[in-house]
Design a protein around this ligand. Sequence first.
Ligand code: HEC
Length: 185
Amino acid sequence: MKRIFVLSMLISILVAGCTKQDSTDRCAGTNYDIQFTKNPAIGGVNNGSLSIFYPRGDTLRYQLNNGAPQANPNFSGLAPGTYLIWVINQKGCSDTISTTIEAYGPKYAAVKQLIAGYCGPCHLNGGASGGKNLDTDASIVSSWDRIRLRCVNGTPTFMPQNGQLTTVDKQKITDWVNAGHRISD
Ligand code: HEC
């Protein structure tokens, strides 16, 4: 009796084992909460970059679009465009996430950089002092006139609140506005 029980256990384990190796199920449940940082391509040069910081591991490989899988989770020299990021494990199972490498013009890149340097925490990382959050490119572009008025003209008062920008940084905003205040300028 006991022997039959053990035998049937063995058979069911074997059957379960076979089911798991079914090609359609083999990679089921391969889900990664892929997290990454990225930088745009600036000034018409293919200098965008992308770095996957989760998941990381010796057995994982990383791939962009149809490129070669690599152990290094950092990619540089990227052209602007849409990329599918692949994280592939040692079983050959993978998960993906899509992202875009933006094309910034040099004047916009300079403004974006000064905002990152001066406007946090009040307007960055979710901060919205005066109802103004500047985390996204779209929010910066649509706020171009307010950014110029507050940071260059000081109307009604200067931003940042605790001290004006340098003359050089004010000029960066003026140059971007005069060029057309787009991401591509
Ligand atoms: C220390 C916090 C702080 C920093 C840093 C700061 N701001 Fe502000 N900002 C405020 C506060 C508070 C308000 C709301 C009161 C006001 O409008 O004066 C505001 C309002 C604004 C507004 C919306 C009001 C309007 O006139 O449209 C804009 C745009 C703005 N800031 C731009 C900027 C920019 C650009 C920077 C960086 C160069 C910056 N601020 C840096 C605190 C800050």
